[in-house]
Design a protein around this ligand. Structure first.
Ligand code: GLU
Length: 308
């Protein structure tokens, strides 16, 4: 089966070096196997994202020399326009009895004596799954609008990552019942990403390993909805010299600053050097890296970044 991969940026700001690193490797993974590259815009949250920022991301990708065969900043490829697909999947899950309304506020969830994951997030304790009909009706009468959660089973799920190897979670302990739709109606990333990867025929997902903890629930959700999960490839995060992950707040490493300082070939050379694909760090075009690309060369642990 032909490889089909994607870039799936959230247009909430300018890309930074880490986003571009993931984009380059997703592109090389596809191009080195003669596959199909797609661009999907993950603009679910109208408060945080905009089409203008999506256009900027597309422009930054092209500037570096990365292209795509399908998708782009077009309605059919923007999650903000794909609600009908998420609704259909949601209804299917609801018909299976897997969905329940959750009235907890953020403060209530944090205050609950729930286990915290390594990244500081909270595993939901499932309290709203146990509400009686009367209790639900009372909350509705009091004007509380629910979010909608998916009930996870007592299952161990192992994802065999194409780069990092096996990764296992026990869903009730490590994931917990997770949100499909927020109380303000916005669809959750976890549902949208699974539905879109499935409907778009994506079979290779290359992204940063901050999303590795989401992979088991996504693989499980693919199966529940009758889809085949994609092959995941998670990349080590780029960190600064103090070990802190690069983020949008590091303005000196965003594309606006980088485009002012480096040529696309210099920046590609640096990214490829970080990826273990360009030992001498020379300037190159993405297309020149295709023939030497191999996952075996790419580091598996955090990559420390200085200035390019
Ligand atoms: N939209 C997500 C991000 O920009 C990526 C989601 C994914 O690759 O699954 O971080």
């Amino acid at each position: 089966m032909a490889v089909k991969g994607r870039f799936a940026p959230t247009p909430s700001g300018r890309m930074h070096l880490g986003n571009l690193f993931a984009a380059l490797l997703a592109w090389l993974d596809v191009r080195s196997q003669g596959g199909v590259m797609t661009l999907r815009i993950e603009d679910l949250d109208p408060q945080r994202t905009s089409l203008e920022k999506a256009e900027q991301i597309a422009d930054d990708l092209r500037w570096l020399g990365l292209d795509w065969d399908e998708g782009g900043v077009e309605p059919a490829w923007c999650q903000s326009n794909r609600g009908a697909h998420y609704e259909a999947a949601f209804e299917k899950l609801r018909d299976m009895g897997l969905v329940y309304p959750c009235y907890c506020s953020r403060a209530e969830r944090l205050a609950a004596n729930a286990p915290h994951r390594a990244d500081g997030s909270v595993v939901y304790d499932g309290r709203c799954a146990r509400l009686t009909l009367e209790e639900r009706e009372a909350l509705e009468r009091a004007g509380r609008r629910p979010a909608w959660r998916l009930r996870v089973p007592e299952e161990w799920v192992t994802v065999v990552d194409g780069h990092l190897g096996p990764y296992t979670q026990y869903l009730p302990r490590d994931c917990g019942d997770f949100i499909l739709r927020r109380s303000d109606g916005v669809w959750a990333y976890q549902l949208a990403v699974v539905v879109d990867d499935a409907l778009m025929g994506i079979n290779h997902v290359v992204r940063g390993d901050d999303l590795l903890p989401s992979a088991p629930r996504q693989a499980w959700l693919h199966r529940v909805l009758g889809y085949r999960p994609p092959q995941f490839f998670h990349l080590p995060l780029l960190v600064d010299k103090t070990g802190r992950r690069l983020a949008k707040r590091d303005r000196d490493l965003d594309l606006s600053a980088l485009r002012g300082q480096y040529t696309p070939r210099e920046l590609t050379g640096y990214l490829a050097w970080l990826a273990g694909l360009n030992p001498e760090g020379k300037s190159v075009e993405p297309a020149q890296l295709i023939s030497q690309f191999s996952w075996a060369k790419v580091p598996k642990t955090e990559i420390v970044v200085g200035a390019p």
